[in-house]
Design a protein around this ligand. Structure first.
Ligand SMILES: [Zn+2]
Length: 442
């Protein structure tokens, strides 16, 4: 646990509620501006970014960063936005959020509504009266009576995943740029594209980014800090059968669709499925089945926190494919496995100070932090594996990828205040000295 002792260089601590209050209007204003810009990414696209419209938000962010005085702000050919806010001392801290939103719900024509000083009653979404946010179905919401709650109109997602993170980073950077008297570590801002389609950092130049470590602002409930994600792979099983005219196919046709269905029918039913697991249990999940009589393709994702168990999930699919091939030797069945990302914990454990600093920043904002493994991945999973340690910090957004998505303005401001505390903390010599290998790299 980080030392609770008050460091000498934060003379103005603990006046944090002021920072949060000061950030609140700006973060909300930015959030409402960003969510109106459609940035849905596209799983099936071959381009990078997967949709050109993600650049619309990138252009706006580049302009706004320049207006804040971050003169090196740039929108790269791949759609990333990078910028620097120089600091007084300490390691260079990366702050990362993704601009794209999920395809699970429409991100076109998002019409956010703000319920000021929510009284705890049902929030009926104006565009679809069947869509209602209720305190009794939603304990995290129930704990936020009196907050200003941002929701959708019921017809689209909100895009708090991850425009809450974008707005919070922008709000924190704007605050620090306006308060040059506050000592903080150098900051590198990085806004990514295509996180939702698993390609967020495909072209992310870690060396060019130049941060010593980073944080994604891509979490949910205030206080929750993630240093652990799934390890993930995609498994594709391709089945080549034999198509013959159905009128004259007796003894000849090999139907790839039927073979694929047979394999799906043999998946474990009560375990290893997303619909039957939670906590630390992993799964294999068929997410796409396409095909004709002649050929079919089954796509699975395999997920686990434990690398050995992930391997078992992959082996299970290979075994089912082998079984099928043995039963129907006329079919050609091929299995390909592609690693998608790895549990970032094994990398983050190499320098615990990075995650501990985020927890300490939360405490300085009056928040009691806790860690919980994410049943998914973040840009940080891939960045950490590639050498840029990147745990994940709460944004205050909730019920992501849904028309019932919502965010508390007070929580978003608290996340932004946490970032401010975090980069102040890293300017303190005590913290710089805690980094593993700090002496070697100093
Ligand atoms: Zn996200």
């Amino acid at each position: 646990m980080p030392s609770p002792q008050r460091p000498s260089s934060t003379r103005d601590w603990p006046r944090l509620p002021d920072v949060r209050a000061e950030l609140q209007d700006d973060v909300l204003e930015r959030f409402l501006r960003y969510v109106r810009i459609d940035t849905t990414s596209d799983q099936d696209s071959e381009t990078y970014p997967s949709t050109a419209k993600q650049r619309d938000l990138g252009e706006l962010l580049e302009r706004e960063l320049r207006e804040l005085g971050l003169e090196d702000a740039e929108l790269t050919e791949h759609g990333y936005v990078f910028a620097t806010l120089p600091g007084a001392a300490g390691p260079t801290v990366g702050l990362i959020a993704h601009v794209d939103t999920s395809q699970d719900e429409s991100g076109t024509n998002v019409q956010p509504q703000v319920v000021r000083g929510w009284d705890g009653g049902d929030i009926v979404l104006p565009g679809d009266s069947d869509k209602v946010l209720r305190a009794e179905e939603n304990p995290i919401l129930a704990a936020r009576v009196g907050h200003d709650i941002v929701t959708t109109d019921g017809t689209t997602l909100l895009g708090a995943d991850d425009k809450a993170g974008v707005a919070e980073i922008m709000g924190a950077v704007a605050y620090l740029a306006a308060h040059p008297e506050i000592e903080h570590a150098p900051i590198r801002v990085g806004f990514t594209v295509d996180e939702e389609v698993g390609r967020g950092v495909d072209h992310f130049d870690i060396e060019g980014f130049g941060a010593d470590f980073a944080y994604t602002l891509d979490g949910a409930e205030v206080g929750r800090i993630d240093d652990e994600t799934f390890s993930a792979s995609e498994v594709r099983i391709r089945i080549e059968g034999l198509s013959v005219h159905p009128g004259t196919s007796k003894g000849k046709m090999v139907n790839a669709i039927k073979l694929g269905a047979r394999l799906i029918g043999r998946l474990p039913k009560d375990e290893r499925s997303p619909e039957t697991t939670d906590g630390r249990d992993g799964f294999v999940h068929p997410h796409r089945f396409t095909g004709t009589t002649a050929e079919a393709e089954l796509r699975f994702i395999a997920r686990d926190f434990d690398a050995a168990k992930l391997d078992e999930h992959e082996q299970l699919l290979r075994r089912l494919a082998d079984e099928l091939a043995a039963e129907e030797p006329r079919a050609r069945i091929t299995v390909t496995v592609e690693e998608q990302y790895r549990n970032m914990k094994e990398f983050l454990d190499r320098d615990p100070s990075v995650t501990e600093a985020a927890e300490e920043a939360a405490r300085r904002c009056g928040v009691d932090p806790w860690r919980e493994p994410i049943r998914g991945g973040t840009d940080g999973s891939m960045l950490s594996a590639r050498g840029l340690l990147t745990p994940n910090i709460y944004t205050g957004g909730q019920q992501f990828h849904s028309v019932l998505e919502w965010a508390s303005v007070q929580d978003m401001a608290l996340s932004a205040a946490t970032i401010v505390e975090l980069v102040k903390l890293w300017a303190e010599p005590e913290w710089a000295a805690r980094r593993q290998g700090a002496a070697a790299t100093a």
